[in-house]
Design a protein around this ligand. Structure first.
Ligand code: NDP
Length: 519
């Protein structure tokens, strides 16, 4: 881990404002071993204010790079990420305890794609739009919708995907021409520091991207200084961030918790459904906002589905990642999360559920929980209604698809969902009935990789979205521009008011709007 410590030391030395860190710093633990791998500064409100001033000063030059100039830096960063992929994977694994595969596929794979996507699509999504209008008074005028960067963006990230979820949101914000301050989770700050170093090497001007390491207070201080806040994390903290943003009248985009349902219909390909249920509930040890958190299975195929899933889950290897292929399920990154997982399993068992696989914390060094399958569950249990965020899969038998839809929608969350049926038209019809920001048919989570599609939550799962055109336009303000070319000395409706002109206008309005026809 010396390399991780070394680059963090460098980061601490390079940043002048680190002198205003509030105390001895934050130790970063490897959750798979319990070792402290680095210590990062715990920056206070004063340091955040200084960073904000530097970020604002740096922004105009970055905006002046234009789309091409900014895209060139992002494409270099894409190459840098691929050249340094193993170093980044090691850093992610060291602070999250996730498997090498989870770091590679869902973090390196995502960010590699994202750098290229935003470099290419940023200019298209933010290009001036020529607008047409049926409004008679603007005939012949040039009408434009223009996007301009907001200025200084704050990104507050969680610990489950330090590259994808924390750093990933900085990429479109930068491409739009903003300066960015990223506050990574105090649990996993090292990946963000390493990526910031990489972007500097790729020619990103100084202070355009800054990393504010710290705890919750650092995040709260950041909201006080930025022009827009992008937050990913819990619904509870997301509400606080939204309240503070509202007080300052700045926009907030929030990606919050989820309790994603999977619906297995009786005509589903059960082998595929069982593989997807197993993988997308256990991948990243279940610590994914859009992991499958609960399954509803139609009665005729319930027993077979449960048998298949239980067998597959029992075969998973859990433990300290020692390299590619060493384990299937890694550590529980966030210490309190282990207590939540144990509580949800105990609550279910106490209310009559049966554990068919796993069910216990793994003893020894590091923080692990056995991949777990729970049946005989219902909505009185926390495992079916609250975000567990762990390697657990509760499966519930339902009479029919209508009951599955009703139960799936019986949640205050609405992030993702999936439906399995060989009849794809029926699957799609059911997907359309689900209260979720994304619904996959015969798939799960895949929508997140489609950067052209918006990714956001319904209900308590969030506000706004990342990805797609909206995923970069949210970092901009809109400006309407009207240009009058052929200009008379004055318009006919101007002073002095004359009854003849007013009668003409009344006739014109009646003609245009009074005929009960569409314009
Ligand atoms: P939080 O929502 O508390 O933390 C997310 C980020 O917000 C972190 O960087 C955190 O800093 C920061 N933060 C904390 N308090 C404030 C504040 N008042 N103002 C601004 N920023 C703040 O999530 P947790 O890490 O505590 O996890 C809690 C639960 O959230 C998990 O158990 C899980 O259920 C869910 N979760 C959902 C995620 C998702 O992808 N939607 C991701 C992670 C968790 P710091 O970490 O330093 O405290």
């Amino acid at each position: 881990m010396a390399s991780v410590e070394q680059h963090v030391e460098e980061e601490i030395l390079q940043a002048p404002s680190r002198a205003s860190a509030t105390n001895g710093g934050i130790p970063v633990e490897n959750p798979a071993t319990g070792e402290i791998v680095a210590t990062v500064p715990d920056l206070g409100a004063e340091a955040v204010a200084e960073m904000a001033a530097r970020g604002r000063a740096a922004q105009p030059e970055w905006e002046a790079y234009g789309f091409d100039g900014r895209a060139r830096v992002l494409v270099r960063a894409q190459k840098w990420l691929m050249d340094n992929a193993e170093r980044v994977v090691e850093t992610i694994v060291s602070e999250t305890g996730k498997t090498y595969e989870d770091a590679q596929l869902a973090e390196i794979g995502y960010a590699g794609n994202a750098f290229g996507f935003w470099a290419k699509m940023g200019a298209e999504y933010l290009a001036d739009e020529r607008v047409k209008s049926s409004q008679v008074l603007v005939k012949g005028k040039k009408l434009l919708l223009r996007y301009r960067p907001l200025g200084l963006i704050g990104v507050i990230g969680p610990w489950n995907y330090p590259l994808t979820n924390s750093f990933g949101d900085c990429i479109p914000a930068l491409m739009a021409g903003n300066s960015v301050i990223l506050k990574p989770s105090e649990i996993t700050p090292l990946t963000s520091l390493l990526l910031a170093e990489g972007l500097r090497e790729c020619g990103l001007p100084e202070n355009v991207l800054q990393i504010a390491t710290g705890r919750g207070e650092t995040g709260a201080a950041l909201v006080e200084h930025v022009d827009m806040i992008m937050f990913t994390g819990s619904t509870k903290t997301g509400r606080k961030v939204a309240e503070e943003a509202a007080k300052r009248l700045i926009p907030a985009s929030l990606e919050l918790g989820g309790k994603d349902p999977m619906l297995v219909l009786s005509d589903a390909d059960l082998e595929r459904a069982a593989n997807f249920a197993t993988y997308y509930s256990m991948q990243n040890a279940g610590q994914t906002c859009i992991s499958i958190e609960r399954v509803y299975v139609e009665e005729p195929v319930y027993d077979e589905f449960v048998a298949k899933v239980s067998e597959k889950v029992r075969a998973l290897r859990v433990g300290k990642p020692e390299g590619y292929g060493s384990v299937d399920v890694g550590a529980i990154t966030f210490p309190p999360q282990l207590e939540t997982i144990k509580d949800h399993v105990a609550d279910a068992v106490q209310k009559g559920a049966r554990v068919l696989a796993g069910g216990k914390e793994v003893p020894g060094a590091g923080r692990f929980f056995e991949p777990t399958v729970i049946v005989d569950v219902d909505h009185t249990m926390k495992c079916m209604t609250e975000e567990t965020f762990g390697p657990t899969l509760p499966i519930m038998k339902v009479h029919d698809a209508d009951e599955a839809v009703r139960l799936a929608n019986n949640s205050h969350y609405g992030l993702g969902a999936s439906v399995f049926s060989k009849d794809t038209a029926r699957g799609e019809a059911i997907a359309r009935r689900l209260d979720a920001g994304a619904a996959n048919v015969n798939d799960a989570m895949i929508n997140y990789t489609v950067l052209e599609l918006p990714m956001g939550g319904a209900k308590a799962s969030g506000l706004g979205s990342r990805h797609g055109a909206g995923g970069i336009r949210k970092y901009c303000s809109q400006q309407a521009i009207v240009v009058t070319k052929l200009a008379m000395k004055k318009e006919p409706f101007m002073y002095p008011y004359k009854s003849r002109t007013s009668r003409m206008l009344a006739g014109l309005f009646k003609f245009m709007y009074g005929r009960g026809k569409r314009a």
